[in-house]
Design a protein around this ligand. Structure first.
Ligand code: ADP
Length: 465
């Protein structure tokens, strides 16, 4: 990790890390700002293993980068041992999902990297790297190159490199999610042993994850972020004793509780919906940002085929089911299931409450209808969503009833990052095509209406966002 400096102006604090009103805005190509993190207040105490959960794209990695000093907040303060951090925090190290090893360096050289940056003497750092390679079970592979290693072995090198600098704060960004099930399980328990037996000098661990079970298995504090923008919607202790048994009723109950929180918050209501024992969402800090304008509400990336399947399944089970159980049965992580349940809610086909999915009357009509009924029902719902009103308005009023995809990308990029705008448009095109609201030509990349579709009246454009 690059050298950084800890600023002066100390403040009395026992916390390792303290975030005060941290807000992060990202500038878009048109100069408008998107608020990704909003008024995050957080204390990390020595001895804590914290799991940070939240939907994809909510800002978990951004928060991790801010805490390690790799990115700066737009507003607010990050204190490390009571002092504002300036630049990369030399007491923190990061383990990445993608391993981030240098392919032209050997295992040993990769592990030594952090020590080179710290100016550690060559003999000392060689010795330290050998000890760590041993600690993480890779002895014999010192001279191997990353391409010769399996995914699990590469991540072991990632851990050894992070641990080489004796970090007080170990940050991990989905460290197990690129590994196969058994390898991930092995590495999790080995890391837990190192931590619980104090065989590493690390004082606190902060792990970004999308796995609720992983969080409950490893962490003793679980923080849940909302999305658009990210706020802390829950901060709860996990007091289950170690070793944790995934099958024990207490473990299952804890997973269920977190599941309810993760599936329970509702950005439309700017807070939570039936969230048990969660801290109330902190109200957004108003920094009077002149360039920030109301955002078009993002649509979830639910696939219609998955939506249909899920609703049929739940309908067959009496019209409601426990989402956690459903996810486990279908081998779906909450991250895979949430976009589909959010889509069901957006289309008024289902409601989620206390971790259960309930099919609405409209949802029943959808399940019982044939494909044409389903298309027409979704079409009605789409016309209530701003981006579809815009698309329909443009296509019906334009003389040739066709428009380049890029035109709508440009509109969306005024509200979202380029990558997010692309994902939004792909989802919108998929939904619109399913509902026969418009057609899309993949060769010309044009959205267009055919004769039947142009007979429909244009939807009035509303000022909502
Ligand atoms: P997560 O880790 O929860 O998946 P991220 O922190 O990676 O979320 O991203 C949060 C949001 O911020 C996303 O919408 C992403 O597109 C946007 N974002 C992240 N980094 C940048 C950047 N450097 N510039 C603009 N937008 C960004």
């Amino acid at each position: 990790m690059a050298q950084g400096a800890i600023g002066k102006a100390p403040q009395k604090s026992d916390s390792l890390v303290r975030l005060l009103g941290v807000t992060k805005m990202y500038k878009q190509p048109d100069n408008y700002d998107i608020r990704v993190l909003d008024d995050i207040n957080l204390d990390i105490q020595p001895g804590e293993f914290i799991a940070l959960l939240g939907p994809s794209g909510s800002g978990k990695s951004t928060l991790l980068r801010i805490i390690t000093g790799l990115a700066e907040p737009s507003y607010g303060t990050v204190l490390y041992r009571g002092r504002p951090i300036e630049g990369a925090n030399p007491h923190a190290a990061m383990v990445f999902q993608s391993f981030a090893l240098y392919p032209w360096l050997t295992v040993q050289q990769n592990v030594e990297l952090g020590l080179v940056a710290k100016g550690v003497d060559v003999e000392v750092r060689k010795q330290r790297a050998i000890e760590l390679i041993d600690l993480i079970g890779l002895n014999g592979y010192e001279d191997a190159f990353p391409k010769e290693l399996s995914g699990g072995m590469r991540q072991r090198v990632g851990f050894a490199r992070a641990l080489a600098v004796d970090p007080e704060l170990l940050c991990m960004d989905e460290p197990f999610s690129a590994l196969d099930f058994l390898t991930a399980e092995n590495l999790r328990s080995e890391l837990l042993d190192l931590w619980l037996e104090s065989r590493i000098p690390t004082r606190a661990i902060l792990m970004v994850t999308h796995g609720i079970e992983e969080a409950v298995y490893m962490a003793d504090r679980i923080i849940v972020l909302s999305k658009n923008p990210a706020r802390v919607v829950a901060d709860l202790p996990n007091l289950l004793p170690f070793p944790r048994n995934r099958k024990s009723p207490e473990f299952v109950q804890m997973v269920d509780q977190v599941y309810k929180i993760v599936t329970g918050w509702d950005d439309e209501e700017d807070g939570q919906k039936a969230v048990p024992e969660a801290q109330p969402a902190v109200s957004g800090a108003d920094h009077g940002e002149p360039n920030e304008r109301p955002r078009l509400k993002p649509i979830p990336y639910g696939h219609i085929s998955m939506l249909s399947g899920l609703l049929e399944l739940v309908q067959d089970r009496g019209g409601h089911d426990d989402l956690y159980r459903l996810g486990a049965e279908l081998f779906l992580e909450v991250d895979d299931l949430l976009p589909v349940t959010e889509t069901a809610e957006l289309f008024n086909l289902a409601e989620v409450s206390e971790g259960d999915l309930f099919i609405t009357k409209l949802g029943q009509s959808f399940v019982e209808g044939d494909v044409n009924d389903r298309k027409s029902l979704i079409r009605d719902q789409l016309l209530d969503i701003p981006i579809f009103r815009i698309i329909q308005r443009v296509l019906t009023t334009k003389a040739n009833h066709a428009m380049n995809k890029e035109f709508f990308s440009d509109i969306l990029e005024e509200h979202f990052s380029v990558a997010e705008a692309e994902r939004q448009l792909i989802t919108a095109i998929n939904w619109g095509r399913f509902a026969d609201l418009f057609h899309y030509d993949t060769d010309t990349e044009q959205l267009y209406l055919d004769e039947d579709q142009t007979e429909e009246k244009p939807a009035p454009v509303q000022q909502e966002s």
